[in-house]
Design a protein around this ligand. Sequence first.
Ligand SMILES: [Fe+2]
Ligand SMILES: [Fe+2]
Length: 184
Amino acid sequence: MEAMKIYREKNEYKEAAARARRKEILREGQRIFSTETFQRGQTQIHHRGTTVANHTLEVTDWALRITDALEKKGIRVNREEVLLSALCHDLGIVGRDEKFSNTLQCWLQHPKDSVEIAEDLYPDITDHMKKVIGRHMWPATPMWPTSREGWILDLADTIASMNDFFRPHHEHVLGDMPISALFS
Ligand SMILES: [Fe+2]
Ligand SMILES: [Fe+2]
């Protein structure tokens, strides 16, 4: 009985944490969700079984999970920068078939395009955040992250991508909420 109680409490704690992250993403992401680019990302297939928009939410959720774990260990992280960088990191890949002629060009260029879009959305973006976004494709490209926020984004992108490829029907960050609800 005691084990059941611990299990139930653990699950409740996990669900509450997931709800808190979702709330944070929905609150902080409004400016990004309202862009035409993000909304186009809703229909662009990404990593075979998902879309750029879904992948973006997934990466952001993982980035916050990693941040929570590090903060619990007493490691300071710029949470806002992690959150916004994750939400912006693949905006530059929207329209990939028209923009890029091959995969390598896409890998090298889309992070730079994402930085430009992030600059339009947040004119006072720091050079540090530009690096976090611009270096998220390591090890596919040789530009490795240079900060803890950069490593968090890189790791979150890798985990979410593996989820996209190997668990195509994984649970959705938004739960039962349709992604179109983000734009209304
Ligand atoms: Fe990317
Ligand atoms: Fe990504």
